[in-house]
Design a protein around this ligand. Structure first.
Ligand code: C2E
Ligand code: C2E
Ligand code: C2E
Length: 91
């Protein structure tokens, strides 16, 4: 991608997120619920989050951002395009 390309968005699938067992998804479920409540955004099937939030979640999950990204994509809760956002961050 060229330098003028905007960074990809990080988009959580909130319906999928409710289907992932909470022993795995619990921290992310609570984090997403907090953002929804801070925004007053309760009607969405998806939630766009900040790049910074992925870094925070990586600390919570004790993983690198790129490994956490792969996990979230494999659960079906994060758009696969998000990979590119993490690579740009770590480059
Ligand atoms: P804040 O960070 O001081 O942002 C105040 C308002 O600026 C937000 O009100 C929103 O209208 C706008 N804003 C700030 N950054 C962005 C952005 O990247 N994109 C868009 N579209 N608008 C932005 P809002 O949405 O009611 O959020 C209130 C507060 O809730 C925010 O205050 C922040 O402290 C927290 N918050 C909301 N969403 C997120 C999030 O995705 N991640 C984090 N870390 N905090 C969030
Ligand atoms: P997009 O970013 O590709 O989002 C497509 C649709 O996904 C949105 O359609 C909305 O239905 C849903 N969506 C995405 N993120 C969220 C979220 O955090 N909460 C909720 N409740 N729904 C979400 P919508 O609203 O018709 O917006 C169409 C397009 O308009 C968006 O495409 C985006 O390009 C732009 N847009 C809408 N709101 C904002 C905004 O706050 N900031 C910026 N920069 N663009 C926005
Ligand atoms: P977006 O609204 O299209 O914003 C894209 C990027 O523009 C943000 O990426 C951020 O780098 C910058 N940006 C937009 N508005 C502001 C602002 O008010 N203050 C600052 N400092 N930067 C801003 P980022 O942070 O990765 O956020 C990605 C997406 O997550 C945003 O796309 C928006 O859909 C959502 N989002 C993030 N924070 C908030 C928030 O506080 N409130 C709402 N409603 N949505 C947010």
């Amino acid at each position: 991608g060229g330098a003028a390309e905007p960074p990809p968005r990080l988009v959580l699938d909130l319906e999928r997120l409710t289907q992932v067992p909470s022993e795995k998804a619990g921290p992310l479920q609570r984090y997403a619920a907090t953002i929804q409540s801070q925004r007053g955004d309760y009607n969405g099937k998806v939630l766009s989050i900040r790049q910074d939030d992925l870094r925070t979640l990586a600390v919570i999950y004790d993983q690198s951002p790129s490994i956490l990204t792969e996990q979230l994509i494999s659960w079906g809760v994060l758009n696969s395009d998000a990979r590119r956002a993490v690579r740009e961050e770590e480059a």
